[in-house]
Write a protein that binds this ligand. Sequence first.
Ligand SMILES: *Cc1c(COP(=O)(O)O)cnc(C)c1O
Length: 379
Amino acid sequence: MKIPFFRPPTTGNELNVLKESIGNGHHSGNGPFSKQVHSFIERKFKIGKCLLTTSCTDALEMCALLVNAKPGDEVIVPSYTFSSSALSFASNGFKPVFVDVDINTKNITIENIKKGFTKKTKAIVVVHYAGIVCDMDPIMDFAKKNNIIVIEDAAQAVNSMYKNRYAGSIADLATFSFHATKGYSCGEGGAILINNPNYYERADFIWEKGTNRSQVISGIIDKYSWVDWGSSFLLSDILASLLFDQLNNLNLLQISRKKVFDEYYNFFNTNSYFKYIRHIKLPENVQTNFHAFWIEFKDLEIRHELISKLKSYNIDAYIGYVPLHSSKKGMQIGSTLGEMKNTENAGNRLLRLPLYQMSEDEIKYVIRKLKISIDSILD
Ligand SMILES: *Cc1c(COP(=O)(O)O)cnc(C)c1O
């Protein structure tokens, strides 16, 4: 058996929607499938306004353009995240300030944010790691009091919830990813979610290459021209058709990941490994979309040994992020505030296990090999 770290999610209906999309003649952005996906996301996740983009990275760039940095403005970002969470803001004039994450969730917390806060803080990017939504209430309170804009990087948290609110619906701005490694995918794709109506009009301009084309479409003006910053952020309607199909199967796809998640969870909870290994747990007020399952070793050497043992059984596990505060570009342009112990530990010790639509046999195989490997290492 061969178990890759990820496989893109599929429904079996892809060729049907592709045929329809190619046949309808609207292949560029904002076509019939895009519009259906926009309204599905707005309705289902209680979002003010959704626009599909070519990636989550691009959606984050749109957020940065909307927030509009002045020279010296800072954005607080957790160090334990993907480059895009900081890059999109840094390439639009912000200075990233890296802070630590929580030991249990690997998410940014209000305590970390307070350590990164300065007179120049203009925005905070929160990342809902592994589908676990950050503890948002204290963060939103703090942001309101200090006049800071919060952006949810919900790349991994489509359909996750915090206190009965969906990820992406809580802050002024948020983003989703529909990359092939995520739970709902069209290969490459993303969305910006805008909950503060003050941003609606400029979001349309920025989305459409800095033009007011949307006002022509809605009949407000009869000729469009260049009015703002922007880029070509629209997702092709052909890819939107694949996304439409994925979102129509939202629950089915999530259940297939939950099955794998539950098997891992039971395995690590019932075996007495907890002296050596901690694993992802679900905070009380969060409902996860089961995006990922991670384990973390108390002893630095074990990760390396387990990776090679699993590799010998054709199972790929993934070591997660190199912390941004110690990355080449992050060190050049960013600053680091506070201790980074939890981030550094996660960088050195965390391991993500394969989690996607796996067959019963594949799940059993991985669990069996995990047990053999861990027992032999701890022996
Ligand atoms: C995957 C991911 C991104 C980037 O998404 P793309 O759609 O590939 O641009 C950004 N942030 C986080 C937290 C991610 O997991």
